[in-house]
Design a protein around this ligand. Structure first.
Ligand code: ADP
Ligand code: MG
Length: 247
C-alpha cells in the first residue's frame, strides 16, 4: 500500500508459534489522535499484536507501518525512538527511587543538550518532569519514594515514564487491572487527555471503562478481527456477543 495519513497501518500481519497462528492475516489502521480499544477473549492475540508492533516479537509475514515507515525489520530500541511507547501489564518502575528520579531517568538522553556527556539535570528535563507529573496527577508526590505509591499511582508513574519520551503512539495492556474504582475513573480521564495530542491503543476487559474512553473498538478472536467500529455497533453485533460479551 502507498503512503497514508494513518499513524499506524498494520497489513496482512501473521505470526506463527510452532505452526499456531496467534495473529492471522490481520489488518488494522489507527488514525492520528485516535484512542482505540482492543477487546476479545483470552488467547485472542491482543498482547501478541502489541508485542509485534513494539518489536518484541517478529512477524512471520505482513507489514507494520508507523507514519509510513516499515517497523517489522527494526529492533525494539529503534521502534521506541521512532515514537512508539509500550506499557506492559506489570509496572517496571524503580521502587527505591523518587517519582522525580523515575521520570528524570526516562528522559531520552540523546535529546538532551548534555546527553552525550553523561546525564545532567538541565532545566529542560526538570520542566518536562514537572509537566508530565502534572499530567499523571503526581505533581504533589515528586519526592515520594515510588515503592510507597498506591498500585494505581505506580501505573500512572509508568505511563509518565513513557510520556517522558513523548511517543506519538502509546500502547497499554490492561492498564486498570487491580485499580480501585476511583483510580479507574482518573485513568480514563488521563488516557483521554493523553489522546488529545497522540494516538493511543488500549487493551482492556472492563466494558464500562471501554465505553468511557474508546473512539472505536476492535474485537479480536483467534488472531483475527471479528468486529470493529463504535462501541454501540460492536456491542450489538451477534458475533461479538457470541464469542465475548455473552460470557
Ligand atoms: P490475549 O492477550 O488476547 O489474551 P495472547 O496474545 O497473549 O492473547 O496469546 C494469543 C495466543 O498465542 C495464545 O494461545 C498464546 O498461548 C499464544 N502465544 C503467545 N505468545 C506466544 C509465544 N511466545 N510462544 C508460543 N505461543 C504464544
Ligand atoms: Mg493479553
Amino acid at each position: 500500500m502507498s503512503n497514508t495519513d494513518f499513524v499506524l497501518a498494520v497489513e496482512d500481519l501473521t505470526v506463527a508459534f510452532d505452526g499456531f497462528k496467534a495473529i492471522d492475516n490481520l489488518t488494522l489502521y489507527i488514525d492520528r489522535g485516535e484512542l482505540r480499544v482492543i477487546i476479545g477473549p483470552n488467547g485472542a492475540g491482543k498482547t501478541t499484536l502489541l508485542d509485534l508492533i513494539c518489536g518484541k516479537t517478529k512477524a512471520s509475514a505482513g507489514s507494520i507501518k508507523f507514519k509510513n515507515h516499515e517497523m517489522t525489520k527494526l529492533p525494539e530500541h529503534k521502534i521506541v525512538r521512532a515514537g512508539i511507547g509500550r506499557k506492559f501489564q506489570t509496572p517496571s518502575i524503580y521502587e527505591n527511587l523518587s517519582v522525580f528520579k523515575n521520570l528524570e531517568v526516562s528522559f531520552p538522553s540523546g535529546r538532551s543538550v548534555f546527553g552525550a556527556l553523561g546525564f545532567r539535570c538541565t532545566d529542560e528535563v526538570k520542566a518536562r518532569v514537572q509537566a508530565v507529573a502534572q499530567e499523571i496527577g503526581l505533581a504533589d508526590q515528586l519526592h515520594t519514594e515510588s515503592g510507597l505509591l498506591s498500585h494505581g499511582q505506580k501505573q500512572w508513574l509508568e505511563i509518565g515514564m513513557l510520556l517522558m519520551q513523548d511517543p506519538e503512539l502509546l500502547m497499554l495492556d490492561e492498564p486498570i487491572a487491580g485499580m480501585s474504582p476511583r483510580e479507574r475513573e482518573l485513568t480514563a480521564e488521563l488516557l483521554k487527555r493523553i489522546a488529545q495530542n497522540r494516538s493511543v491503543i488500549v487493551i482492556e476487559h472492563d466494558m464500562d471503562f471501554v465505553k468511557q474512553i474508546a473512539h472505536k473498538v476492535t474485537v479480536m478472536h483467534q488472531g483475527k478481527i471479528l468486529a470493529e467500529g463504535p462501541m454501540e455497533k460492536v456491542q450489538a453485533d451477534p458475533k461479538v456477543i457470541d464469542v465475548y460479551l455473552g460470557h
